[in-house]
Design a protein around this ligand. Structure first.
Ligand code: MN
Length: 322
């Protein structure tokens, strides 16, 4: 998905100054963001309270929306650099097209993993004939310096590994959890998993103490350690945990995001991740000039999204020292 904010703020992310040295329970309520004319999403990252969880740099949760009598998701061609997009659906379908020629319909339980690297453009739309409800999450992963200029790629994984125990059914989107490893290519140590908790589930999930973690309640609510995590909210768990206890009264779906704290400092603006304001400005200029860096999305009927005006103050990758 695109950040459709016409005045997107620039963010400096990364560095370890904000990473707690041990477990915490920070509730991040997120904020409602209007995308385009009708789509409302809840933005959980970045927020005022937290900017990164591992390399996870952007988290939007949307729906479930009744789109029976509307076109549903309609995101025109837009660019990305320096990141991966992870698309995850709980209900509905999304038609992905990109400048590599990829053309795929993504369904619940499948992973759409787009590595922007050097540069890519894509569009995302509900198919003309689509299911009634649309519900999902749009996630971005920041690429480390060694991989951020890599060739762009798109992978559609229709089968994902997982495991089941104590009322929990886990599906691994990225990284590894409970011995199940995702086929998705990751460039830093991280994990993303869908946790489906049955009514009455009481489960202790093993974690990696070197990782920081957050849980997003995509449907239902759950007790996580001593905190109540309600639908649409995110709970940041900090680092240093060997496990986390989750209890669900009613059935619930949680999204687990985690990873090694991301040490590099990055600049994120609109749909770009770079290392300096100059870089970001160049990406925007090249996108608006229809430069070959991003290519063209074939088969999309309509105009591409222009880059919003750059912020008046130059973007700066300010040194945040650990
Ligand atoms: Mn996008």
């Amino acid at each position: 998905m695109s950040n459709l904010d016409r005045r997107p703020p620039a963010r400096e992310l990364g560095g370890l100054a904000d990473t707690p040295a041990g477990p915490v329970l920070d509730l991040l309520p997120g904020k409602e963001v209007l995308l385009g004319e009708s789509t409302r999403v809840r933005r959980l990252l970045p927020t005022l309270g937290r900017r990164l969880v591992g390399a996870w740099a952007f988290v939007d949760h949307y729906g479930p929306d009744d789109i029976a009598s509307s076109p549903g998701m309609q995101v025109p061609p837009h660019p990305h650099t320096g990141l991966q997009t992870v698309s995850w659906l709980l209900e509905g379908e999304v038609h992905h097209r990109d400048s590599l020629g990829s053309d795929a319909v993504i369904r619940p339980g499948e992973l759409a993993l787009m590595t922007a690297g050097h540069g890519i453009a894509h569009s995302e739309q509900s198919p003309a004939a689509h299911p009634r409800f649309l519900h999902g999450a749009q996630l971005w992963v920041a690429l480390p310096d060694a991989a951020r200029d890599t060739a762009p790629a798109f992978a559609h994984h229709t089968e994902l590994p997982g495991f089941a125990s104590d009322g929990l059914t886990a599906t691994v989107l990225m990284g590894e959890l409970g011995g199940a490893g995702s086929p998705g290519t990751a460039h830093t140590p991280l994990v993303g998993a869908d946790l489906d908790l049955a009514a009455g589930a009481d489960v202790e999930l093993p974690l990696e103490p070197d990782f920081e973690y957050a849980l997003l309640a995509s449907s239902g609510s759950a007790e996580v350690e001593d905190a109540l995590l309600e639908r649409g909210a995110m709970l940041y768990l900090g680092t240093g945990r060997r496990s986390v206890r989750m209890r669900a009264g009613e059935a619930a779906r949680l999204l687990l995001l985690g990873g090694e704290p991301f040490e590099e400092r990055i600049v994120m603006w609109w749909n770009f991740v770079g290392r300096s304001g100059e870089e970001i400005a160049e990406y925007a200029e090249r996108w608006d000039a229809e430069d070959e860096r991003f290519g063209a999305v074939v088969g999309y009927d309509g105009d591409r999204l222009p880059a919003p005006p750059l912020p008046p103050v130059p973007l700066k990758a300010r040194g945040r020292v650990r």
